[in-house]
Design a protein around this ligand. Structure first.
Ligand SMILES: [Zn+2]
Length: 65
């Protein structure tokens, strides 16, 4: 995972595999991993990057990007 600058990363999307979505916020270090086709689809529909930004503890401290 070196070189990953955070954000959203989807892996194992090939047919027959269980998709995995990783979300990493580099501002506060929050990492979430969601596995499963339906759960990943739901997760993405919620736009996790935007949703997290609203609740990110680092943002609340006044950090702007
Ligand atoms: Zn955050």
């Amino acid at each position: 995972m070196t070189g990953w600058l955070g954000g959203l990363q989807i892996s194992r999307t090939e047919r027959g595999q269980t998709p995995i979505a990783d979300f990493l916020c580099t501002a506060c270090g929050t990492h979430r991993r969601i596995a499963g086709r339906d759960r990943v689809a739901d997760f993405l529909r919620d736009n996790p990057t935007t949703a997290h930004r609203a609740t990110c503890p680092a943002n609340r401290k006044g950090t702007t990007r």
